[in-house]
Design a protein around this ligand. Sequence first.
Ligand SMILES: NC(=O)c1ccc[n+]([C@@H]2O[C@H](COP(=O)([O-])OP(=O)(O)OC[C@H]3O[C@@H](n4cnc5c(N)ncnc54)[C@H](OP(=O)(O)O)[C@@H]3O)[C@@H](O)[C@H]2O)c1
Length: 235
Amino acid sequence: MGKVLITGGNKGLGHELVRVFYENNYEVFTVVRTVEAAEELKYEFKQKCHPIVVDLRFDDSIEKIKSVLAKITTEIDIVINNAGVPGREYEIENVLAEEIEELLNIHCLGVVRTVQGTIDFLRNSTNPRIINISSRLGSLSKMSLGEFGSRNFSYSYRIAKAAQNMLTICLNNELKSQGICVNAIHPGKLKTTSGSSDADLNPNEAAERIFNWIETLKISDSGSFTQPFVGDWPW
Ligand SMILES: NC(=O)c1ccc[n+]([C@@H]2O[C@H](COP(=O)([O-])OP(=O)(O)OC[C@H]3O[C@@H](n4cnc5c(N)ncnc54)[C@H](OP(=O)(O)O)[C@@H]3O)[C@@H](O)[C@H]2O)c1
């Protein structure tokens, strides 16, 4: 039985990823922020779903993830860094440092903490993969060409996803040679509460595509920024 850890599993894309992996016989570990969310997931998914209650903004999440995992398993095959929040301000006069700090903390440092909490378990897998749920809005290349220019996307979200993309590249540079596959995904424009006004994809459909794509991943694919079954995005 495969084992997957998914952050932000209580709603949106993360919840659909929990469902699709669970239905495909994976043992699912999922990071959520509240006891209520953990109880709901245990009720919905019964035996093979293990919520881990942590807030990825804080360093203690690393040891909490390790200690919960260690009680149940020695290995994790797939880590999906999905947790995230949208930003707000899109005009420089209104941008607040604390909003940028908050999004960098979740989208970039939250991924660092999750990888630090799971790396020993990934190393025990025969086919370890780390998938970072990025965004088209983190593409420096697309942004520099002025794409999406007419839309009011926040400074904080674009900066945080670009930072997360660099983290994906750094992780790939270090871990690919150790047999750990590391990739970034643009999941599509999702109809979730955090989705953009031009959203056109149901999160359940996106989760199915991501699941099927992850199943095909080989170590030679490590280091890509991809929209599953659509194509690669430029970094
Ligand atoms: N929606 C889109 O169109 C779109 C497009 C491209 C990329 N993405 C990315 O896809 C991912 C999922 O998006 P979504 O639309 O499904 O978002 P969502 O519905 O808002 O869900 C976000 C999840 O992240 C969790 N989370 C937020 N901050 C956290 C923290 N500090 N610690 C632990 N968990 C935390 C949330 O938990 P709580 O319920 O406790 O807040 C929630 O479970 C995000 O990384 C997003 O940036 C989304």
